[in-house]
Design a protein around this ligand. Sequence first.
Ligand code: FE2
Length: 323
Amino acid sequence: MKNTEERAAYFAGGTEHICGEGVRSLYRVKESGVYFREIVIDTGLGGETVEIDQITDVHFNYCNEHDRENEELALTLQHRKWLANAASVKGIQAAMAFAKFADQVVITGDTLDYLSEGAMELTEQYIWEPYPDTMICLGGHELVRQMQTGVSDQTSLESRLAVLEKFWRHDMFYESRIIGGKAMCIALDNSRGCYTDSQYNRLSADIEKARREHLAVLLFQHEPVDTGVPEDEAYPTLWACDGKMQNFRRAIGSPTRNDDEATRRVYRLIRENGDVIRGVFCGHWHSAYYAEIDAGEYRIPQYVLEGNPYNSQAGHVLRILVR
Ligand SMILES: [Fe+2]
């Protein structure tokens, strides 16, 4: 773990338990007010603990002067009021002040509220410039300029992906890193609700490597997958404050969906490798859930984390401790 003295100072005021039991617990740092959850993954390798922190759904809603000259973004500015004028800056600063002590930070999509230069500049300024190693998954919001306008995007998806690809600091469809010789963190794009053959090939190779080298594979992606567990059709939120329910059985991989073959193959690959894939970490639903994916003789923990802006931009972080 990094910066142990600074970390001790950050946590000096103590933490409090807000709600939930065990892996479903929500805590808060008393001084900074940041909310966090915690999961421990034991590799049996011993040695120093590796910490990977997840943040999700930051939703930078901002247009710079140049964006305002763009007709589509001018329309979005009129209609999209949630987190307008870069309101998410406060929340990401709070969350990163907590997460910067981790060995790796991963943000699981919807960092931009819509595709604007202003939102990309904020991503640079508050995430990638100060913390250049941060891995960021794409979410659905990055892909569009029209937000709540009732109008569909006037440019091609390819052209918008090209803008993002030029901006992204790593492969935005698949990025894999080994952290502390224990954890293999994979940022897997499923922002359009699907996977690709190229992702299948890279993920299968990584799973084989992880099995050989006894690494715990942690998958980070925007949308959750179907757990395959019948009871998960009506799954209560962990977040006592909002009382929402979700249906994991309609998520990616579900037999109720018309997923294409590549998507089904990646989904099967996840469920067939529960010995190596030790966790799936997502956002998208904005509320928190902890469910377990049925992987035969294994159960893969699947966390869906609260969106970072909630509780007045307090910051919400999931600490993943790999022992
Ligand atoms: Fe979101």
